[in-house]
Design a protein around this ligand. Structure first.
Ligand code: 2HA
Ligand code: ZN
Length: 275
């Protein structure tokens, strides 16, 4: 058996390729991580190497101590994941303090896990707690239309959530808790990881102004679907704004309240302001 034959690895590779095909991963843009289940680890354990060096994560995630993650590599291209997964991805184990990682598989030509490892792991730590252990996937993509909107909309959670909810009826059902927004920050470090993971306590989606998006979910389908839904809604908004700065009609706050009842979702009133 090869690691890439394991169901979780197949799902990981397929999702990376789906993102590439959407056009969200120019060059080495974007990154993906999966918090492995005990049964995933058991399935591939005999193929993992436990003698590699331990490296600093750059932040501390004690609630993830000892856990295993499949992640894309720093500087690696999403378009190559499906062709050469062993060179583009890795499996890392965290130490018993949640401060260091060891590469146990992959990155066969050298390299490190994604430059956004601090953000991925801090988001995993927050979402693991908030979801009672259910969330396992963190996905960062350079979604074109969402990025475009960060140049013209106020960088406020309320505005992005409401505008994106309005552009497609399914949106409030797919992301009822809303979307958080981080103003422009230097990527790759602990500060942006802290800011993003704060938002992830409340939301499953965080936008990085002029950069891209983070999404969190229980599995590959739900997390990719979430990213796809938000970006599709942003595309409709970009098209609408390109035709006209004003809408002739839209989904109203009362429409959202009615939808919430029938679809059994809770839509926070802070997003249903009068304009
Ligand atoms: O290049 O997307 O945010 C990977 C990235 C950094
Ligand atoms: Zn990025």
């Amino acid at each position: 058996m090869k690691i890439t034959d394991a169901k979780f690895a197949e799902g990981f590779i397929r999702m990376a390729n789906d993102g590439w095909e959407q056009g969200w991963h120019e060059r080495n843009g974007g990154n993906l991580s999966y918090r492995m289940k005990d049964e995933d680890v058991a399935e591939v354990k005999s193929l993992l190497k436990e003698d590699g060096p331990w490296n600093e994560i750059g932040t501390s995630v004690p609630d993830l101590a000892g856990e295993y993650f499949m992640v894309t590599g720093s500087g690696k291209y999403f378009r190559n994941v499906i062709l050469d997964p062993e060179n583009s991805c890795c499996i890392v184990k965290l130490d018993d303090k949640g401060e260091k990682y060891q590469i146990q598989w992959g990155l066969v030509n050298g390299g490190r896990p994604t430059s956004e490892l601090p953000s991925h792991l801090m988001n995993h730590e927050v979402k693991k707690k908030a979801s009672g252990g259910k969330h396992r996937v963190i996905y960062h993509a350079h979604t074109t239309n969402v990025i475009a909107l960060t140049f013209v909309l106020p960088l406020e959670d309320e505005v992005f959530t409401r505008e994106l909810w309005e552009m497609a009826t399914e949106c409030p059902v797919v992301f009822p808790s809303g979307i958080g927004v981080v103003g422009w920050m230097v990527p790759g470090g602990r500060d942006i990881a802290v800011a993003t993971s704060e938002l992830m306590k409340k939301y499953d989606v965080a936008i990085w102004a002029h950069h891209g998006m983070f999404a969190s979910g229980e599995d590959f389908d739900l997390t990719f679907g979430l990213m796809h839904t938000v970006e599709k809604s942003a595309e409709i908004l970009v098209k609408t704004l390109s035709m006209s700065p004003t809408k002739l009609q839209t989904i109203t706050p009362q429409n959202f309240r009615d939808l919430a009842v029938d679809f059994n979702v809770e839509l926070p009133e802070k997003f249903l302001y009068e304009k």
